[in-house]
Design a protein around this ligand. Sequence first.
Ligand code: PBG
Ligand code: ZN
Length: 331
Amino acid sequence: MLIRPRRLRDNSLIRNLIHETHLSLENLIQPYFLTGNRNAQELIQGFSGVYRWGIDALKKQVEQDLEKGVKSFLLFGASEVKDKDGVGSRSKNSEDLLAQAILSLKKTFGDGILLFSDVCLCPYTNHGHCGVIKEGRVDNDSSLMPLAEMALAHAEAGVDFVAPSDMMDGRIAFIRNVLDEKGFTQTGILAYSAKYASSYYGPFREALGSSPQVTDLPRLKDRATYQMDFRNSSEALRELRLDIEEGADLVMVKPALAYLDIIASFRSQSQVPVVAYSVSAEFEMVKALVAKGMADEKSMVIENLTAIRRAGAHLIVTYFATELAQKGWLK
Ligand code: PBG
Ligand code: ZN
């Protein structure tokens, strides 16, 4: 036989020598959820081993993460029902939990950490939508200023990158202009460019209490009028092109595992680094199998994350980052 591919698989030394795809903690971003009580660490129902963190408790956690090699974090806010309103006013308040957490983490760790902050109105609106509602629709243009004001509050608190996840048209340029006008030319933007309307966000919405609350109006019962339709792929490239033209520093595909084709086409078309968000239900599916004794957690997580990297993601947002680091499963 002239050609024997198995020669290159014969032992681990040769396999490790030639493997194409590399996975490292350096390329992972760990999401964290916040809660008002400074020392709290509350387990989230239906989200295995994932917590809501009070600011002081989070500082201790981040200190351990840094020691183990996780250095990038994506922070999500939350607001109490009494603070929610139709336009998500709380989101731009410098006293808001998320702005305060940014301030406090940056004060403690400075340039030793990279902080990304989710910019979206859904945790702050009483209707649970990512933008402002007008005449039965999530109104694009009146959502832009509140989003930019939220981004500005995070920039003022010292965040490295704001990450708008709302999917309004034109928000990257709008936010970029507001940040620049106020002198925040160094604050970056990670754009959720292709964010699909997906069934994979369940545990996350439980964590934030951010599900859409309107049931009787067809345009408001879910997020389908702003998040993408999973039947489409060229539309994702259109969103990619727009976000790059509007000044995005990093672009994201979300979810990840069911969207590897989109990640691959982003990689071939994008002039900026590509981020993939492996979302809450992707995490929970692995945890569910492991709990049933039907999968080895380490092997499955490494396989999934490697597949996302192989598809073309430079960076991955994953709830497994700190666990991989703490258990020494990944360096
Ligand atoms: C909200 C937002 C969602 C996620 C990140 N930001 C959910 C949604 O669109 O309802 C999902 C993250 C996850 O499931 O891990 N703008
Ligand atoms: Zn949202």
